[in-house]
Design a protein around this ligand. Structure first.
Ligand code: ZN
Length: 295
């Protein structure tokens, strides 16, 4: 039994104060794991998921509370609750007292949060050289510092307000789980580990497991917070409609001899529509084995 750190207690208190707003309905708890689908991204291949919990029973909610309270140092992602129908606003204090925000690295954005071809990219990618310092953006406690096949060496820092920040594809870990860190504290070095093409930092912000667009909180041009208080509402989960569309998506693996026209005919769609979905031109060469989104 892990002794609760003060920060964990604060976190639990926030949860009890109603920060969690799930939709109540009966859900088979055994389907929990299968409700989360983890994919790899075609570009940086960090863990990406397209499925959210849309129905959470009271039992599930208790389980969620327990999960957060347990401070699990192994589980990469908590279940992503669907907050798209969130009716109220949760005021999240990002900085209190003498706390400060420190940008994770001195690094320009190279890929944004959002739909990335046929998958959803739940983080921000920034250019970073192997060995460059990566800092914790807020005060917090390290929940995870280990290696995964997709994230490579990565660190998850839990903050006292329900947020967690993720730092992936590192070359070196400089912290351990349950270590308290301050904003600006060195937590690792930039790298190209996991499923990554080229050295970069994949940075995520999650609220009770649900990804937020880091650019809703942070101005990446100046490396500063937009506001020390985040007024979290349904607007911050507007991407979930895109995620829902992706769930309806259909894909086709190109076979030898096929053309965009023949594939379009087969699925009752147009070459233009396929090109739009895949970010290619009607003159683009398609190769056997290539995966195309057709719907
Ligand atoms: Zn990324």
């Amino acid at each position: 039994m892990t002794v609760l750190k003060p920060i964990t207690k604060i976190f639990f208190f926030i949860l009890l104060c109603g920060a969690l707003h799930p939709t109540f309905a009966q859900t088979d708890t055994n389907t929990r794991a299968s409700n989360i689908t983890v994919f790899e991204s075609p570009n940086d291949s960090a863990d990406l998921a397209t499925d959210f919990w849309t129905e959470i029973s009271e039992e599930d909610e208790r389980w969620l509370f327990g999960e957060y309270e347990s401070f699990d140092i192994e589980t990469t992602h908590y279940p992503m609750v669907d907050f798209s129908n969130k009716k109220d606003t949760t005021f999240i204090t990002l900085l209190s007292g003498d706390e400060r925000y420190v940008h994770p690295c001195d690094c320009p954005v190279t890929s944004r949060f959002g739909v990335r071809r046929y998958r959803f990219h739940y983080g921000i990618d920034t250019k970073l050289r192997t060995g460059d310092p990566v800092y914790s953006v807020f005060d917090g406690v390290v929940r995870i510092a280990r290696r995964s096949t997709t994230y490579g060496f990565f660190v998850v820092v839990r903050h006292s307000n329900g947020l967690e920040t993720y730092y992936a594809h590192l070359s070196r870990l400089l912290v351990v789980p349950e270590q308290e860190v301050k904003a600006g504290e060195l937590i690792g070095l930039g790298g190209n580990t996991g499923r990554s093409r080229g050295s970069h930092l994949h940075f995520e912000i999650r609220y009770l497991g649900a990804p937020l667009n880091p650019e809703d909180l942070i101005d990446f041009e100046t490396g500063k917070l937009w506001n020390p208080i985040l007024e979290l509402n349904t607007h911050h989960f507007r991407h979930l409609s895109e995620v829902a569309k992706l769930k309806q998506a259909a894909f086709h693996t190109v076979r030898s001899g096929e053309t965009l026209s023949s594939i379009a005919r087969r699925y009752g769609t147009s070459v233009n529509a396929i090109c739009r979905l895949n970010g290619i031109k009607s003159t683009s060469v398609i190769r056997p084995g290539q995966r195309l989104r057709v719907r």
